[in-house]
Ligand binder design. Structure first.
Ligand code: FAD
Ligand code: 2HG
Ligand code: ZN
Length: 484
């Protein structure tokens, strides 16, 4: 239910924003007779699952403008949703009702880069791939990579504390982000854009914004430590007979590839079949296997790295840990191996929709969730080949290196019966094993009601106190996160 404490948008409000932002492209306003189509892309999420009803989208181009917008909204009790590239997977980036969308896409400048320290300072609205291309020219790499890189923004990445494909190598954004500039709902500009790696001078408040999902303020810029780009990148893709073998292969990879290992991804056979069908494409290996892994190495010496990878593959094949494998011979082949992994999120909704669960679990138990879930859905008569069944398949894949599984339940249509069968069943399953109901996608609207499965009452109380302190009027991204 819409919270009646929030004001409804009036022509006077819109006039204020027009006078503040000036330029036509900064405001998309559907309050008058204009077609609703203009705001539609800002109202619905990447999965086409969540849809809000905003009438106003604001696109500030500076921190000062963002500050004035928020102050005005706070003074007038207008609820807002910060929005980056709108690629989030938990419905956090779109309004629930008529909240004003504050979209960061026009704040897209690189502010500075130091090629000795590797520290990049950039506006929050810079698209991840653009930041990484800029860094490539300087022989550096953005310490985060994910399938949505062409659209997501670095501010959105920080706001969700995105994990991605190389966390195993470069670590979490809580480690890499050195500073943040943010605007609080009352318009206060928090200038914590530190470029220091070490700074033990009290509570490290930037961490509240990392993974804060736009609930306490808007991130307007970040400073981030970027590693050197590796000269030699190798990618291998292989098939395995069981999840036990996937675990063995991971252990061997850590042991033998140690410092050059930059990704270890797992895909079950079903997820690869799904990708193949959706893409109408071929898989890299001839045979079909219950599991596949993708390994990437990044190092400084091509010959040395290829040798290491080759001898690793021989070793795991000799011991029958891996059944078959292929190593990319050039960049195009490497990209095509990666696409079998990176393309799964999109393939998962090809037939109509998808229920996504992004979980952290003890690694040995990680895949059991997919097996148990398939059985649970089949017992309920919801999964099958014919059109009358709402579910096509439940597939599992993810960041093996981080014990982070993505369970995708792919459906022909969104269906209340499927949702009821899955929730809270999945969350109970995870809580029983002390896992996390959200490893990297965040809470948004999708997981807000279930946060109690991963956080205890004391932690939730402390989080609510923080929310109240930073956002006493509750205008920032309401109804989501911890549900206030
Ligand atoms: P949005 O979707 O616009 O926003 C996400 C949340 O952050 C919202 O709550 C929003 O209010 C808030 N927000 C956005 N910008 C700001 C800001 N400047 N200040 C404050 N709050 C803000 N995630 C992973 O962790 N790992 C992956 O491997 C991964 N792969 C993905 C692959 C695909 C194909 C897709 C579609 C998504 C994937 N994601 C992944 C989800 C991930 O959360 C997002 O892709 C990304 O981090 C969100 O960035 P965005 O700019 O699109 O943010
Ligand atoms: C990935 O790892 C993303 O590809 C998306 O985190 C996972 O869609 C998903 O469930
Ligand atoms: Zn992921």
């Amino acid at each position: 239910k819409r919270n009646s404490k929030f004001a409804e948008l009036t022509p006077e409000h819109v006039e204020y924003f027009q006078s503040l932002l000036g330029s036509e492209s900064a405001i998309i306003d559907n309050t008058s007779s204009a077609a609703e189509d203009d705001v539609e892309p800002f109202n619905s999420d990447w999965m086409r699952k969540y849809r809000g009803h905003t009438k106003l989208v604001l696109k500030p181009e500076s921190t000062e403008q963002t500050s004035k917008i928020l102050k005005y909204c706070n003074d007038n009790m207008l609820a807002v949703v910060p929005q980056g590239g709108n690629t989030g997977l938990v419905g956090g980036s779109v309004p629930v009702f008529d909240e004003i969308v504050i979209n960061l896409s026009r704040m897209n400048k690189i502010r500075s880069f130091d090629d000795i320290s590797g520290i990049l300072v950039a506006d929050a609205g810079v698209i991840l791939e653009i930041a990484d291309n800029f860094l490539a020219e300087k022989n550096h790499i953005f310490p985060l990579d994910l399938g949505a890189k062409g659209s997501c923004q670095i501010g959105g990445n920080v706001a969700t504390n995105a994990g991605g494909l190389r966390l195993l190598r470069y670590g979490s954004l809580h480690g890499n982000v050195l500073g943040i500039e943010a605007v609080l709902p009352d318009g206060t500009i928090v200038d914590d854009l530190s470029k220091l790696r070490k700074n033990n001078t009290g509570y490290d408040l930037k961490h509240l914004f990392i993974g804060g999902e736009g609930t306490i303020g808007i991130i307007t810029a970040i400073s981030i430590l970027c590693p050197q780009r590796s000269q030699a990148v190798n990618v291998a893709y292989f098939g395995l007979e069981s999840f036990e073998k996937v675990q063995e292969a991971f252990k061997e990879a850590k042991g033998q590839l140690s410092e050059i290992l930059s990704a270890f991804e797992m895909m079950d056979g079903e997820s690869q079949i799904l990708w193949k069908k959706a893409k109408n494409s071929k898989l890299p290996l001839e045979g079909e296997y219950p599991f596949y892994c993708l390994i990437e190495t990044s190092g400084s010496n091509t010959e040395h790295d290829s040798e290491k990878l080759q001898s690793f593959l021989e070793h795991v094949m000799d011991r029958s840990i891996v059944s078959d494998g292929v190593v990319a011979e050039n960049q195009t082949q490497a990209a095509s191996l990666w696409s079998c992994r990176e393309g799964v999120p999109e393939a998962s909704q090809h037939w109509g929709g998808v229920y996504k669960y992004d979980v952290s679990l003890p690694i040995a138990e990680m895949y059991q969730l997919v097996i148990d879930c398939r059985k649970h859905l089949s017992d309920k008569g919801l999964i099958g080949d014919e059109d009358s069944f709402p579910i096509i398949d439940a597939v599992g894949y993810g960041h093996m290196g981080d014990a982070n599984l993505h369970l995708n339940v792919c459906v022909r249509r969104y269906d209340k019966a499927v949702e009821k069968a899955l929730e809270p069943w999945v969350y109970q399953w995870i809580a029983k094993r002390n896992g996390s109901i959200s490893a990297e996608h965040g809470l948004g609207i999708a997981k807000a009601p279930f946060v109690g499965y991963s956080k205890n009452a004391t932690l939730i109380k402390l989080m609510k106190q923080i929310k109240d302190l930073y956002d006493p009027n509750g205008i920032m991204n309401p109804y989501k996160y911890i549900g206030v």
